[in-house]
Design a protein around this ligand. Structure first.
Ligand code: ATP
Ligand code: MG
Length: 571
């Protein structure tokens, strides 16, 4: 069979699983002997990000669905930017997402085969050695409105080309002095078909092949051939490779293999308030805007893992958004809601106060404390309960008190009754202020001993419930509050004259402290919690050690009150 791509227009267009429908049709027609072979082909030039997770879930997910196979192939054809560190992190991240490859492959293992096929193309008159410089190649290429011009070296004899190409490989020429180019058509409406470069001379040590090679294949010359070597049936890539498809097919056709892979494009994942490109992420890391590739504010899989995202949330999110043929940007809220749903079901509840204000219960004497039972997870009875001392002095959050409460306020205010979560109802009787600053220093309250376990003796309604921690045994823990890394929803497309880094959020990381109930001190690195009414938090893997957790916010709870208050204020 020649490398002619089946007409993709016959496949249904906007359906979320147009790729599955295509595979179904292929299986029906028996085109690949019923085989489904996929691959995920990252270049090891950075850490994987959540965009790659879309491609991973798609390829590995299809292999599972069709009982096919999926390889992990490192597209390591550009040694100047590639490192073993990235090869390692990519494998770790794929496994963390819950997938295992059938075969581990490296494009660099095919360098010999690619070289042989290149000489075949030279012999067929389909490739030639060109002496034009990079700039000249560009200039000769023409534009969308202007056809290109033939290189003066285009008509070299096969013998001369073979000799020059061999000498390129042998290291007789300096970097950039010559290229091997496909001999296609300088007038093609597809600019990519205007004699594209197949090999360039580049002396840089490869992380696997060392200094064995000084010529390296370009993406276009390598990719389809790698797919063919591995018996890939469906080569799935993101939409921008649509342009490369005619060339992908041309190379396979010229090599003349029995059966060939077919390329299909799907939409890239874009998410608001972040950038999904290794190049941009690398800038953020190298210029010190973030700590490293696993900074919890980054959309890298290592960052999301450290942030506290469970892999199943990412998989569920990918399933939910589906696979389409048109690019779009997904709201950050969709990802964060998937995360909240999961954490609401699974995370243990704890109490901690970020901005403490002392509350003194005057009718409870020192030493007269009572233990109250707190539910560990209302969504999961098997998580059990714990005891917390309810005592004369407790900490509450400053934001839960208003001297002059707005309408519908359901928290602390002079003479208003609220319940301390899992404990008793209290009423503020006196407010102690700092005489100089006027700042509230202490709330003096009375509690009603008849209000244990959510009851009130007369059935009266106490509508507000706030969180608190006992003062005598509260532990102070360091806390990180993360917010989106960018202040603009679309930093990827900055206006004229601006860089994406101009839109970094200066408050994406706020370091603070919290007063916590004592049991939080035992949190293990990586453990996740809902700090009631505050948000979901994780004991940061890197910063925590046993007995001294460092808490970090995974995602806030939706604070409907802040919104309401804004609305009332007309903001
Ligand atoms: P980047 O620009 O971030 O480096 P890339 O496409 O150059 O991305 P590769 O390592 O070449 O990165 O990508 C491996 C695979 O992941 C490719 O098939 C690519 O199409 C896919 N991929 C990369 N980014 C996304 C994304 N945002 N959404 C979906 N698939 C993606
Ligand atoms: Mg790439």
């Amino acid at each position: 069979m020649s490398g002619v791509n089946p007409d993709q227009s016959k496949y249904p267009d906007s359906s979320s699983n147009f790729i599955e429908k295509m595979i179904d049709l292929d299986l029906e027609s028996g085109v690949d002997d019923g085989k489904v072979q996929l691959r995920f082909p990252p270049e090891p030039n950075g850490f994987l990000h959540i965009g790659h997770a879309k491609a991973i879930c798609l390829n590995f997910g299809l292999a599972q669905k069709y009982q096919g196979r999926c390889n992990l192939r490192f597209d390591d054809t550009n040694p100047s930017r590639e490192e073993q560190r990235y090869v390692d992190s990519i494998q770790e991240d794929i496994r963390w997402l819950g997938f295992e490859w059938d075969e581990l492959c490296f494009a660099s293992d095919y360098f010999g085969q690619l070289y042989d096929w290149a000489t075949q193309l030279i012999r067929q008159g389909d490739a030639y050695v060109c002496d034009l410089t990079g700039d000249e190649v560009k200039e000769y290429r023409g534009t969308l409105t202007e056809v290109g011009r033939n290189s003066p070296h285009r008509d070299r004899s096969v013998e001369e080309n073979l000799d020059l190409f061999m000498r390129m490989k042998a290291g007789e020429f300096s970097d950039g002095e010559k290229t091997l180019r496909a001999r296609i058509n300088m007038e093609s409406p597809h600019i990519i078909m205007r004699d594209p470069v197949m090999y360039r001379i580049q002396r840089s040590t490869h992380h696997r092949t060392g200094d064995d090679w000084c010529i390296y294949p370009t993406y276009d010359w390598a990719h389809g051939q790698e797919d063919a070597i591995e018996g890939v049936t469906h080569s799935l890539c993101s939409l921008e490779f649509n342009n490369n498809r005619p060339l992908y097919e041309w190379f396979l056709d010229k090599i003349g293999l029995e059966s060939v892979p077919r390329q299909t494009e799907f939409a890239r994942l874009n998410i608001e308030y972040t950038v999904l490109s290794k190049r941009k992420l690398r800038t953020l890391v190298e210029d010190g805007h973030v700590e490293d590739w696993d900074d919890p504010r980054l959309p890298t899989l290592a960052g999301l893992r450290r942030r506290g995202y469970p892999p199943e949330v990412i998989r569920a999110f990918m399933k939910n958004i589906g696979v389409a043929k048109f690019n779009s940007t997904i709201e950050l809220a969709i990802l964060e809601n998937a995360l909240r749903d999961h954490l609401n079901r699974t995370a243990i509840r704890r109490m901690a106060v970020l901005d403490p204000l002392k509350l003194v219960i005057e009718n409870l004497s020192e030493g007269e404390g009572k233990m109250v039972e707190a539910v560990n997870n209302p969504e999961d009875p098997s998580a059990g309960t714990r005891s917390i001392p309810f005592e004369r002095e407790v900490w509450v959050d400053r934001d839960d008190f208003r001297m002059e409460p707005p309408r519908k306020w359901r928290r602390l205010a002079p003479d208003a009754e609220v319940r301390l979560r899992y404990g008793y109802c209290v009423k503020v009787k006196e407010v102690i202020e700092d005489p100089e600053s006027g700042q509230v220093q202490e709330l003096r309250c009375v509690y009603d001993p008849e209000t244990a376990r959510g009851q009130t003796p007369d059935g009266r309604k106490v509508r507000g419930i706030i969180h608190w921690v006992p003062a005598s045994c509260a532990v102070e823990l360091p806390v990180r509050l993360y917010s989106p890394l960018f202040i603009e929803p679309d930093p990827d497309n900055p206006p004229e004259g601006k860089e994406f880094t101009d839109f970094l959020n200066p408050e994406s990381l706020v370091e603070t402290k919290a007063l916590c109930e004592p049991i939080l001190k035992e949190a293990n690195p990586g453990e996740r919690f809902q700090l009631e009414r505050v948000g979901y938090f994780v004991a940061d893997q890197k910063l925590s050690s046993s007995g001294s957790p460092h808490l970090a916010r995974i995602v806030p709870l939706k604070d409907s009150w802040a919104k309401q208050e804004k609305r009332q204020a007309g903001v």
